[in-house]
Ligand binder design. Structure first.
Ligand SMILES: *Cc1c(COP(=O)(O)O)cnc(C)c1O
Length: 352
């Protein structure tokens, strides 16, 4: 702490991202990256964007990317916002849509960035407990609130809330924004973007970091009623007019246009997940039903922190959260088949 800091900085509790190890030999199953590379068409578009034109500022409105997203989802470009990773899009949503003096509601077990943004923007919040099976119970959100946010599928549980339940939540909360964070929806969910034309209080965010394998590029988006999008644009244009550079805009648009590659790689991840779930169950793990590119699993006879440490000794990294209710779980990203096999081999040794 320094006398030069603005006073509120001393109370900030920043987000702690999963480890990005310097050693490349590790089997890295801790931050839900995609084992398959980005679309070759996206790589080509990014390579083409590297040249003399980099002396020029990018399109501040990211119009071509917004149109690619709009075309993909059958919405209008005025319903689309783009930002530097969905974490930035979420930050703008917290800032521009959740500061109403009533508490924001989110699950007790969820993405740990939400309380961080509440701290940053001075938003009061209440957590709502997941049920015994770690599912969101939408009727528990019937209480005064200044907004509701949750990932679907939820993180780190992987559990999916069906669209009918989301629709009930939207109908029960017509006076607050319901933000559905769809970072993992492409691995087994149905997007709530299908509901945006009917619910002006719905904002859906997505990222190109997971299903489109571009975590290193930093691109995220939101889809919702043009009035919600307008709030995000106002915040963005009061903060950074050019959050996406020319390379990111070109790569992200091309990634959205290459549907065949996207569908094929998502399918491979889903197939690997189903195989991994069966193998983990055979090793004695309880695995929560997952619609994401990770699984959340606990072993009846082995401590999760110890297992994570033993895996690490064998060069396999997974995520463990020291947090009430979930301290006996491991969150394991779905890797390529050989990575998943390396995990199973290391687990076999760790359990022996
Ligand atoms: C990964 C993730 C994000 C952030 O994605 P970026 O676009 O890489 O910032 C947002 N929400 C959840 C639930 C995530 O898991």
């Amino acid at each position: 702490m320094s006398k030069f800091w603005s006073p509120f900085v001393k109370d900030l509790v920043p987000y702690v991202p999963g480890e990005q190890p310097k050693l490349s030999r590790l089997v890295k199953l801790n931050t839900n990256e995609n084992p398959y590379g980005p679309s070759p068409r996206a790589i080509e578009a990014m390579q083409a964007a590297i040249g003399d034109e980099l002396r020029l500022y990018p399109d501040p409105n990211g119009e071509r990317l917004k149109q690619a997203v709009a075309d993909y989802y059958g919405v209008s470009a005025a319903q689309v916002f783009v930002g530097n990773g969905s974490d930035e899009v979420l930050a703008h949503a917290f800032h521009g849509l959740f500061q109403h003096g009533r508490p924001l509601l989110f699950p007790d077990v969820t993405y740990s960035f939400y309380p961080v943004y509440c701290g940053l923007y001075g938003i009061d919040y209440q957590t709502v407990a997941l049920d015994e099976q770690f599912q969101i119970e939408v009727d528990d959100y019937r209480r005064p609130n200044g907004g509701i946010i949750f990932p679907n599928p939820n993180a780190p549980t992987g559990r999916l809330l069906p669209l009918e339940a989301i629709e009930r939540l939207l109908a029960a909360n017509p006076d607050s924004v319901v933000l559905v964070d769809e970072a993992y929806v492409d691995f087994g969910g149905q997007s709530a973007i299908a509901l945006v034309d009917r619910y002006p209080n719905l904002l859906v965010t997505q990222t190109l970091s997971k299903s489109r394998s571009l975590a290193g590029l930093r691109v995220g988006l939101a889809v919702g009623h043009p009035e919600l999008i307008e709030a995000l644009e106002r915040i963005k244009n009061s903060f950074n007019s050019y959050p996406l550079d020319r390379i990111a805009l070109a790569g992200a648009a091309a990634a959205f246009e290459d549907r065949a590659y996207f569908e094929q790689t998502c399918r491979r991840v889903i197939d690997s997940r189903e195989a991994l779930v069966a193998s983990l169950a055979a090793l004695g793990f309880e695995v929560l039903p997952s619609a994401a590119n990770f699984v959340f699993a606990r072993h009846a006879a082995h401590d999760a922190a110890q297992l994570a440490a033993r895996l690490r000794e064998q060069g396999v990294i997974v995520r463990h959260f020291r947090q009430p209710r979930i301290e006996q779980f491991l969150r394991i990203t779905i890797g390529a088949p050989e990575q998943n096999q390396a995990l199973l081999d290391a687990l076999g040794a760790a359990l022996a």
